[in-house]
Design a protein around this ligand. Sequence first.
Ligand code: GZL
Length: 331
Amino acid sequence: MKKGMLIISLCIAVLVSGCMKEELPAAESPENDLIVVGFSQVGAESEWRVANTESMKAALSEENGYELIYDDARNKPENQIRAIRTFIQQEVDYIVFSPIVETGWDSILQEAKEAGINVIVTDRYIEPGYENLFTAFVGSDFRSEGEKAVAWLEKTLAEQGRAGENITIVHIQGTMGSSAQIGRSSAIEEAIAENTNWDMVSQECGDFTRAKAYEVMKAILQETQDIDVVYCENDGEALGAIDAMEEEGLVCNVNDGVIVISFDATRLGLEYCLAGKIALNVECNPLQGPYVDEVIKQLEQGETIEREKYMEEAEFDSLTITQEMIDSRDY
Ligand code: GZL
């Protein structure tokens, strides 16, 4: 329910009960007693994002008690700021948003706070220091995801007897400045600094899209094809990089080809893993809608909430993944 309606309803309820002597039953809430949520989504840049949007829309549905106002920012932070300002003007009850990048949100979130609107951050994080400007976070620990990938790579190379061998690595980063890119990049960058036999031969931004990753990988392959590992920060990038490598006749395989590491574990990404083309796929769980629904319902009931909810996430490798594992998943 929009705040204005709620205040008018409450005033009428007080007036009615104040004029009448006998006890009245609690005023019936208006039939449209929906919780109005403004949701600013990053865009539709990847299969992961599509799954995330579907999860949010399913959870914040009318049958679940919501009126959802959805905005697709098309990967532009300025569109998110515009959308959030519109939500404030519309006097929504809650604002939910996945910040495209970590920085630049303090003033718009201050406006939401001054308007008395709870903000729930999903998926990606905003920069530290502004925790007072939002009520809850539901998303992933991207640094932990990167550490899983690095630990697997160290173990795999050791098992292959390549622990001391020079390893050439291509790093294709996600949208620069997003918490997913910052976390996943920091893990591989630190691992390369620690493993002196690991050499980053190229680091380019693939912007979490298959098309951009294909483009940058094609350019890299014109410079060098002596590549042992390609570390891609999501499935879209991994598929684009594999497209480019296969066009050049390179084989992507953990045992006798280029080791491709990816993140998200979307169905398409796991099918590439089953085919042996993605050697490791670290899950990034997009099914955040039910947790956002839970937080809002708790807030509506005046209950204490869990301020940060980190999604449970697994990892899949090409040597152990099965079709049954893929078929059993929700996205
Ligand atoms: C991660 C999410 C990232 C995915 C990409 O939580 O923000 O953005 O890894 C998506 O697929 O584009």
